[in-house]
Design a protein around this ligand. Structure first.
Ligand SMILES: Cc1ncc(COP(=O)(O)O)c(C=O)c1O
Length: 491
């Protein structure tokens, strides 16, 4: 009879029976237990391990189910004779995985999206990142638990590729109340974030060579999604009212346009708010020329002066707008909870496409989020965060005015999560950002957002995810960085 030297730890989160399962599996894999070896009886093993016999029985059941052990009522428990030897193979003997390709493939014309790994203590003024330290995590986990507990089996099964009706209904209600969009669930498709919505819309709208107009200062991941569908992009200028519609009219005289992708509410990255007359002209042009307006309304909720401006989609009477929404800023980007609103035929086509891309979304999460909407928790969170972000915007403004009054100029944004600032002569924005990095503060500069990636005298300073103390520290470090760039005066 074998002695099993298993070390169990009651202080870890791993249940005891799983520790036994792991211990026996490792003993088999390492050859300490061979095929056909007999294991101690459950009573004896339980006694030697100091656990309840049921714990050992549960471990044996699991190991039999996984095929590691065999049990016979009369003769006891044995290591399975027919264990595949492959499992025992030493990884060192496996041939190395190929590092070169044996076939051609077509990578997209972009690198993978950036991830910021900053050492603790360094400050990232990322314009698109919301504050996640205030997330209602207790309520969120309760909502997940409730969704799984009440409906787990059906929610973990195949479901509607359009997304769970409960969340589509809540979103339809929310956009009707808050954004003037009179829609039903048939007009709402859930996606993994705005990015997926833009990608799916591009696939449905664009054929290779089709012209899509975009903002010259804009959101590069959307450009990549459009290009991946074959679009030829035409950049249009942006001013303090957002996309210049005059330029679009001139473009339309030269060539047919399939779609315009834009961010009219808080223009990305400049934060300009498009006024009513431009909006009306855009809708009229789309109607006349039969192109689609892909309206990316990524942070609608965070408007600090009066009411948010209603989306283009709220005045669309001719079915020309594909409206892209997301909960990435409202809650958290990691939830990947976005949505598209469009006339029903477009939604139907999008659902068919989505169904063949990743089948469906995460229904457990969708039901959990629906219940949080229903309880009013998301609305309360938005109200709370709006106040916090407004205070942070004002604090960043005051701090910049105090420390860098002559070095930067900007219009204080009426909404959004960042300040878009012009860098004054003689400073160079990129050099400033590099020096600032050495001081532990990170921010993006204009060439990351301009269509031709040319040097630009702009900074985008995100304020949402830094508290007031951190913002003060960030601006102080920005100033220090600038001080290292000043020519030393002699004499
Ligand atoms: C203009 C714009 N659109 C879309 C997104 C992406 O949102 P999501 O995380 O929902 O894909 C962002 C995120 O920063 C954004 O700034």
């Amino acid at each position: 009879m074998l002695e099993l030297n298993l070390a169990l730890h009651s202080s870890t989160a791993e249940p005891l029976f799983l520790q036994i399962v792991r211990g026996i599996t490792e003993a088999i894999q390492q050859g300490r237990l061979g095929s056909g070896d007999k294991l101690p009886g459950s009573r004896r093993l339980a006694k030697s391990l100091g656990v309840h016999r049921n714990t050992v029985l549960a471990a044996f059941d699991e190991l039999v189910a996984q095929g590691w052990l065999l049990q016979s009522e009369r003769s006891g428990t044995f290591v399975n004779h027919t264990l595949p030897e492959v499992q025992l193979q030493q990884t060192a003997t496996l041939p190395g995985y190929p590092t070169r390709m044996g076939f051609a493939f077509h990578p997209i014309a972009a690198r993978r999206p950036q991830m910021f790994h900053t050492p603790p203590g360094e400050l990232v003024m990322a314009g698109g990142w919301p504050e996640v330290r205030y997330l209602p995590l207790t309520e969120l986990s309760r909502a997940y638990r409730r969704a799984l507990g009440r409906h787990g089996q059906s929610l973990l099964s195949y479901g509607d590729p359009a997304g769970h009706p409960a969340l589509r209904q809540e979103l339809a209600r929310m956009v009707a109340q808050r954004r003037g969009l009179s829609v039903t669930t048939d007009n709402v498709v859930l996606t993994h974030g705005a990015q997926m919505g833009i990608f799916l819309a591009a696939q449905l709208l664009v054929r290779p060579g089709d012209v899509v107009a975009v903002e010259r200062f804009g959101y590069p991941p959307a450009w990549t999604a459009l290009r991946t569908a074959g679009a030829h992009l035409e950049p249009l200028p942006v001013d303090e009212q957002g996309l210049c519609v005059d330029s679009l009219e001139r473009l339309l005289q030269r060539m047919p346009v399939r779609a315009v992708y834009l961010t009219p509410h808080h223009q990305f990255p400049t934060l300009a708010v498009m006024g009513a007359s431009r909006r009306m002209r855009l809708l009229e042009l789309a109607r006349q020329h039969r192109f689609a307006l892909i309206e990316d309304d990524y942070d609608n909720e965070f408007h600090y002066e009066g009411q948010p401006v209603l989306p283009l989609a709220s005045a669309d009477t001719h079915g020309v707008v594909v409206y892209i929404g997301t909960l990435s800023k409202v809650l958290a980007p990691g939830l990947r909870a976005g949505f598209v609103i469009a006339p029903a035929p477009f939604c139907e086509a999008m659902v068919a496409l989505r169904g063949h891309l990743d089948r469906q979304g995460n229904q457990v999460q969708e039901v959990a989020l629906a219940s949080l909407f229903e309880e009013g928790l998301i609305e309360r969170h938005i109200r709370k965060m709006r106040k916090i972000y407004k205070a942070r915007r004002d604090h960043l403004h005051q701090t910049l005015q105090h420390h860098l009054p002559k070095d930067l100029s900007y219009d204080l944004p009426r909404g959004g999560l960042a300040i878009w600032a012009r860098v004054h002569e003689p400073w160079n924005a990129v050099q400033w950002s590099q020096k600032a990095k050495q001081q532990g503060v990170h921010f993006e500069t204009g060439e990351s957002y301009v269509f031709d990636q040319s040097p630009q005298p702009f900074l985008r300073l995100g304020f949402a995810r830094l508290n007031e103390e951190e913002l003060t520290q960030a601006v102080t470090s920005m100033k220090k960085a600038l001080d290292t760039m000043r020519p030393t005066s002699k004499g």
